[in-house]
Design a protein around this ligand. Sequence first.
Ligand SMILES: [Zn+2]
Length: 375
Amino acid sequence: MTTQINWKGSYYDGRSLVPQPVSITVEPTGLTFHIASGTPHFWAYSEIQQTQGRYSGEEVRLERGAGLSETLVIPNANILLVIHQLGGDAARHIHHPGMRHKRVYWTIAAALAALPIIYVIFTWGIPSLAGPITAAIPISWETQLGQFVQQEFTEKEQVCDNAELTDTLETIMGKLITPIQDSPYKFHVTIVDSPMVNAMAAPGGYLIVFRGLLQKTDTPAELAGVLAHEIQHVLLRHGMRLIVQHVSMAVIIAALSGDASGMLSYGLQAAQTLQTLSYSREAENQADEQGLALLQQAGIHPEGMISFFEKLSHADGKGTSPFRYFSTHPPPSERRQHLEALASAHAVHYQNFAFEPDWPTIRNLCDTQQVGSKK
Ligand SMILES: [Zn+2]
């Protein structure tokens, strides 16, 4: 049996991506080959590192030098047998295909060992990384993502644009926003004509109130309480954090690599996340506490907020669909006690809204079915 000492391959000089075809000769101390210009090359086995070709079907890849190393790629892995046959001890560090199955078993074992690590990253790693990742997301992206989420909602449902209702909401929002200092967000409220008793805060200041919730309020102060709570979810970046925790790994990678468009292409997923998942109890308590403080700073009596949350949590009963908003919040009695204690600690002078007596009319302005009977 003759030993084949000449092999076809490609040479990369480390500076260009263009391969140069070469014929490689296997010698006892190393490999020799000539590139097109005619320059002879000799690579001693001691200089050679094998970076590919340990598995059957793979091309053999040999490199020399650090950094932008020179590379030889040989399609036929049998060259390795000849290198071992002729090179002996000098070629010991180069993979011997005879050892192949052992390596395959090791690879499988290593993959199995990695499974718990992957599991930990997915169940524990991402949630605990969500804080720092959220903090690294620029406000401008958050705002764009919020706008996208808001569009997802408003495309599917009809938006209420009644002028009197819009003006009223702007008055309430204006009062609430005035005490906020250095907010990076511009707040927008959209009323969606849906019977759902729900409200949500998309990232970046896009608040969505569903008609069903609006109609359940007995005073503007009650609606102000809900808005104050949602404003705090935005300022505390709870929605952004929830999205980071639950959307696919691709969004996180996009966020970390600075690819805004990559993140924005997940707007739909983000919208679904906000609609279907709930904040942690801790986040809800925070939004309650800071929301209450905001109401007080705005001169709005916090009793509206407290009683509204309590009222709807009773109506909710088992936390089923239209009242989902309240199914995830703290138990009503505990919540009232906690908020009342906070409110009495900072008693301030409160004012009523000028449109208070007209509220029963205003809260129904969104209901297109009833539009004829109102006015
Ligand atoms: Zn909330």
